[in-house]
Design a protein around this ligand. Structure first.
Ligand code: BTN
Length: 267
């Protein structure tokens, strides 16, 4: 069946209440996050999704590019939350948890989260998340949560091979993008609704920390003001990463312009 029709079918049949009831599918676009922003301005409803086969201007975190490779997923969701902007960054963690759990559900082993926005399989990146927000009068007008997953790529460019991979390469089988997207959307909707009620991550803490890479080991925190090392203790209910330094001090690392990695490189 034609891919566009399959997404149409997915949006008609998906067992969510509001997420993915409208899926806009594009063969090629600049960035699905930018597309969702345009939809938001045009009053598209909460839960609208844009999916593209190819992005010519895919965006990653910290101004980096995101290359959408063949047979992958580039998907952005429109959210219109009523919570305050100061807790919005936790949505990235909710998304990471939903994607990691969905990957486990479709049979992928060794799935881990690299706080705050990467999903790894066998310690290599398969997914990145980019959350953006528009505000007016100190209130959230809308949020865009976009993620890219390397799904059925049979080849990873040499220069990123040591840190990136695809589901096909790790699972040794093709994965249905429709099934995976459906699982992610169902889980995300549930987790998002819990999050909106509690306005924190307390009920997800154990699930999240169990999936977190480098918990209990030495990590390097790269902050604009300077780098330091300490033991990662996992996240707290506000989604901050707790890092204990040798002097016994517990640092609360907030997901902003910060990068945290193991001592020997990317993970
Ligand atoms: C990162 O790892 O730096 C985040 C990558 C986010 C990529 C996705 S692909 C769908 C959506 N559209 C974009 O332009 N970026 C996000």
């Amino acid at each position: 069946m034609d891919i566009k029709l399959r997404y149409q079918e997915l949006s008609n049949n998906i067992s969510t209440k509001w997420l993915g009831k409208q899926i806009i599918y594009k063969i090629e676009t600049g960035s699905t996050n930018d597309d969702v922003k345009k939809e938001a301005i045009e009053h598209a409803p909460h839960g609208t999704i844009v999916i593209a086969e190819k992005q010519t201007n895919g965006k990653g975190r910290r101004g980096r590019d995101w290359d959408t490779k063949e047979k992958s997923i580039a998907l952005s969701m429109l959210l219109r939350p009523s919570f305050q902007p100061n807790i919005a960054s936790m949505i990235t963690l909710v998304t990471a948890l939903s994607i990691a759990k969905a990957l486990e559900k479709i049979g992928c082993d060794n799935v881990q989260i690299k706080w705050p926005n990467d999903i790894l399989v066998n310690k290599k990146k398969v997914c990145g998340i980019l959350t953006e927000m528009s505000m007016e009068d100190k209130k959230i007008q809308y949020m865009v949560v976009g993620f890219g997953i390397n799904v059925n790529m049979s080849y990873i460019p040499e220069h990123i091979k040591h840190t990136a991979t695809s589901l096909l390469l790790e699972m040794n089988q093709e994965v249905s993008r429709f099934i995976l997207i459906e699982e992610i959307l169902i889980l995300f909707e549930q987790y998002y609704e819990h999050f909106c009620k509690l306005e924190d991550l307390s009920i997800f803490l154990n699930e999240y920390n169990d999936l977190l890479i480098n918990r209990g080991t030495l990590v390097k925190v790269l902050e604009p003001t300077g780098n330091y090392e300490g033991i990662s203790k996992g996240i707290n209910f506000l989604g901050e990463l707790l890092v204990e330094t040798a002097d016994g001090k517990c640092h609360k690392v907030f997901a902003g312009e910060v990068s945290v990695r193991g001592i020997d490189g990317y993970v």
